[in-house]
Design a protein around this ligand. Structure first.
Ligand code: XUL
Length: 606
């Protein structure tokens, strides 16, 4: 028998990608279709989406064309479909697909011929899927937060209300856009479970980790929250005036439960086998498994050997930090999802608006002062390399309004003088050069402050990485609190643990991770216990999907749970994609910076 192959899909905003791996996690091939290149004319999209003011959606039939397209590409390439043992993958998070009553029959009747978009054209009640960039649910957001409250929502569902979250998008369709079409909808899928459904020829259950992006799922109870279902279905007693004892209320909630279906808990079990349509058309084996698909950020963490307390920091236009944690410690300022392959773990996600653009603004000002070519990082890097310890000065640079902390666009520069904070402008006490270290420091310290509550205590759960607190750490913490008082971030009090816990390892990805000066500074402040690594992960979501498929297959073969961390660590080769780098540990020097940032944030404009 030929060695087994695995496919990892990634249905993102602008393309569909499929990666082929073997059982040793080798990346063998990839295939993809760019939506704008292939479908601009047919679907009228730009950058993969249709934009109408603040409504941003993607055509569902286009995604079906894309599935045909990549499989046809593979066929032309004489791809050995029969050797594929398992398929998994990821989809952009939060998006929802609305199946019609005919969908069940149409999915079952796919017969190995014709385009999917022709055969399934009547399978949807809404032709478009809300995209994660959509901002059209302002009134729904207000409704969710006014009735439940941001902190309580975060406590239940892992996140406060966000425009893009599925529950709000459902409420918009069910109450404002087309209640009848909503009522006639048979099932609702997330983008991840939609792709799995197409491959299975039947509706795949929503996967539990991706379900955490809906504002509907009670993560700790492992079930839908009835209050949140009532909001999404438009029958909330307070907001919609529906009597909670009426049949209207009960029916609407029961109907939405049926539309969403069961959530499949984190597991390695297959959802089923690839449907006869794909077997006939491309030659897949009849026992080729389809494993649950997950969200794209969730698949990203599966592409690397990430252990509890590891942080993956993606330095793009925005900064995104993904953290593996055993703690369910939600906050209205970040997101918590269940980990897609480690059942008693979570993935924390911090999304900052002000990343590269804010740093580039400072770089430009420096270059103007020194009369240097505008795009050069040389002077910025030289100044950053020359700054070592925390010097009592810190700036907050938000050219755009910020999510974490929730604040208006602004710049603030402050200095600690004998425990009191003095606000400064550029002048005698603060030069443009100070902005260089200051912006990298404050961006990193914000991440250190927010990751603390997720990291604290994780080490006691069997991970060997978090050492017992030392007397020295206790003393440093006590001194800090004596000087600054109790510290809070995002309305929550910090503890000894949240201030002193360190990450296990930090991985840096994305455009700015190529700047060694920036990541060295970040590494020196975050001071992970087991090192800093630069990583290149251009295919992370699809690769994570393929790894999920091969891990699931290995577990099924053995009929036992193989720890994902163990599985991936055995097979993952530290190669050019994973580049360790050394930093000087400045963790204690920046403890004072942690306090200054927490105090400065309390005075930001909203
Ligand atoms: C995450 C989010 C985006 C999409 C991108 O909450 O909205 O990262 O998942 O596809």
């Amino acid at each position: 028998m030929a060695p087994p192959l695995f496919l990892g899909f990634d249905l993102s905003t602008q393309q569909l990608k499929v990666i082929v791996t073997d059982a040793n996690l080798n990346h063998l091939h990839s295939y993809h279709v760019e939506f704008d290149a292939a479908y601009k004319q047919r679907y009228g999209i730009h950058k993969g989406v249709l934009v109408d003011d603040d409504t941003i959606v993607s055509p569902v039939l286009m995604w079906l064309d894309a599935v045909d397209h990549v499989f046809d590409q593979m066929k032309q390439d004489a791809f050995p479909f029969a050797d594929v043992r398992g398929i998994s993958g990821s989809g952009q998070q939060h998006g929802s697909i609305y199946w019609s009553q005919q969908a069940e029959h149409l999915l079952q009747s796919l017969d190995g011929s014709g385009a999917l978009s022709d055969q399934l054209q009547d399978a949807f009640t809404f032709q478009n899927s809300p995209n994660w960039q959509d901002h059209s649910t302002g009134s729904e957001l207000k409704g969710f937060e006014d009735t439940v409250g941001a902190d309580e929502l975060a406590q239940i569902s892992g996140s406060r209300a966000h425009y893009r979250f599925t529950g709000l998008q459902i409420r918009k369709l069910a109450t404002r856009i087309d209640p009848e079409r909503y009522a006639s909808t048979w099932r609702i899928s997330l983008v991840s479970s939609f792709v799995a459904s197409v491959l299975l020829g039947k509706i795949a259950p929503i996967e539990e980790a991706d379900a955490c992006g809906m504002n509907l799922y009670d993560i700790q109870k492992g079930e839908y929250d009835e209050r949140l279902l009532a909001l999404a279905a438009g029958v909330h007693p307070q907001l919609d005036g529906t009597d909670p004892h009426s049949s209207k209320y009960r029916d609407a909630i029961d109907q939405l439960r049926l539309k969403l279906g069961e959530i499949s808990p984190i597991s390695y079990n297959a959802n089923g086998t690839v449907s006869p349509h794909f077997q006939k058309k491309y030659g897949f084996a009849s026992d080729c498994k389809v494993y649950s698909f997950t969200g794209d950020n969730l698949a990203t963490i599966l592409s690397l050997p990430l252990a509890p307390n590891d942080c993956l920091i993606s330095l793009g236009t925005s900064t995104t930090v993904l953290i593996i944690t055993k703690n369910y410690n939600p906050s209205s300022q970040y997101h918590l999802f269940k980990h897609p392959t480690m059942p008693d773990h979570y993935m924390g996600m911090l999304c900052y608006c002000n990343g590269s653009l804010a740093r580039e603004k400072v770089r430009d000002e420096i270059n103007t002062k020194y009369n240097i070519d505008n795009k050069s990082w040389d002077k910025f890097d030289e100044l950053l390399d020359g700054s070592t310890d925390f010097n009592g000065k810190l700036g907050i640079y938000f050219p755009l309004g910020e999510i974490i902390p929730n604040a208006a666009a602004q710049t603030k520069r402050s200095m600690l003088v004998d425990g009191t904070i003095e606000d400064l402008e550029i002048g005698e006490k603060w030069t443009v050069e100070d902005d260089v270290s200051s912006i990298v420091e404050s961006q990193t310290l914000s991440c250190r402050l927010r990751s603390g509550p997720m990291l604290s205590g994780s080490g006691s759960s069997g991970s060997s990485t978090t050492p017992e607190p030392t007397d020295e750490a206790r003393k440093m913490y006590d001194d800090l609190i004596k000087k600054h008082g109790e510290l809070s971030t995002d309305g929550k009090k910090h503890t000894f643990e949240s201030i002193t816990s360190k990450p296990n390892r930090c991985y840096y990805a994305g455009g700015a991770s190529n700047n060694t000066s920036i990541i060295k500074k970040m590494g020196s402040i975050l001071a992970p216990i087991n090192g800093n690594y630069r990583v290149e992960i251009p295919n992370a979501c699809a690769l994570g999907g393929a790894f999920k498929a091969s891990w699931s297959y290995a577990c099924e073969e053995k009929n036992e749970w193989i720890g994902y961390e163990k599985y991936i660590n055995q097979l993952f080769e530290v190669n050019d994609d994973l580049e360790p780098f050394e930093v000087e540990n400045k963790w204690s020097d920046y403890l004072e910076g942690v306090a200054l940032l927490a105090r400065m944030e309390e005075t930001l404009k909203h």
